[in-house]
Ligand binder design. Structure first.
Ligand code: SF4
Length: 197
């Protein structure tokens, strides 16, 4: 894991406890890291584990996670997911895609985040950067993150999935930005279909 510890996304997920990774990922949907961090820290400062969260009043959870946006929906999902994990999985977050996807509010990206950041399983959590950039390069031609994940899994060796994903996210935050990408500073512009189009 020494190599993985250098990765940006794993620094974001410093806490590898599967339940906290899952809840943090649910809170991160459609918001920025700073908002997610604030909401996650506030929630787990007050409620230490899945039992305490499951028993907590919903209004209190809503207040604690407000900074993450869509706080009512997210608070509900957190409660629901916590109860399901307690009732059906003995309080242990599942470590496989099939069971993770059965949890409410958990799509492939969230499930992949849990697999990578909690269980260190090879997977590709496709966010907006990981969907956009391979399409700009022209190595995939996809309309949805799910399809991008499927295509990347075919062309990238499994042992590089986690590192590749992390590098693309960093690249998207700094150079290949969603709007006004810094193509004149890009070290791989020669290889990029978008650049030559
Ligand atoms: Fe992104 Fe521009 Fe580089 Fe292509 S040339 S990868 S669009 S920054």
């Amino acid at each position: 894991m020494k190599e993985l510890n250098n990765l940006y996304t794993l620094r974001v997920f410093e806490d590898r406890d599967p339940y906290r990774v899952l809840i943090r990922t649910i809170l991160s949907q459609r918001t920025k890291d700073a908002n997610t961090d604030k909401a996650t820290n506030q929630l787990f400062s007050k409620y230490k584990d899945i039992h305490e969260v499951a028993d907590a009043p919903i209004e209190d959870i809503e207040k604690l996670v407000k900074s993450a946006g869509f706080f009512r929906v997210k608070a509900n999902r957190i409660k629901e997911v916590s109860h399901i994990i307690l009732d059906y999985y003995g309080g242990i977050v599942p470590n496989n895609m099939k069971e993770l996807l059965e949890l409410p509010g958990v799509g492939r990206k969230t499930a992949n985040c849990v697999l990578v950041f909690a269980f260190q399983e090879p997977a590709i959590p496709v966010d907006t950067h990981v969907h956009r950039i391979p399409n700009r390069w022209g190595i995939v031609n996809t309309k949805t993150p799910e399809k991008t994940e499927e295509e990347l899994m075919k062309i990238v060796p499994k042992n590089l999935w986690i590192e590749m994903n992390d590098l693309i996210v960093q690249f998207g935050q700094t150079i290949c930005r969603p709007i006004n990408p810094l193509c004149d500073q890009c070290p791989i512009s020669d290889l990029c279909e978008y650049y030559h189009s």
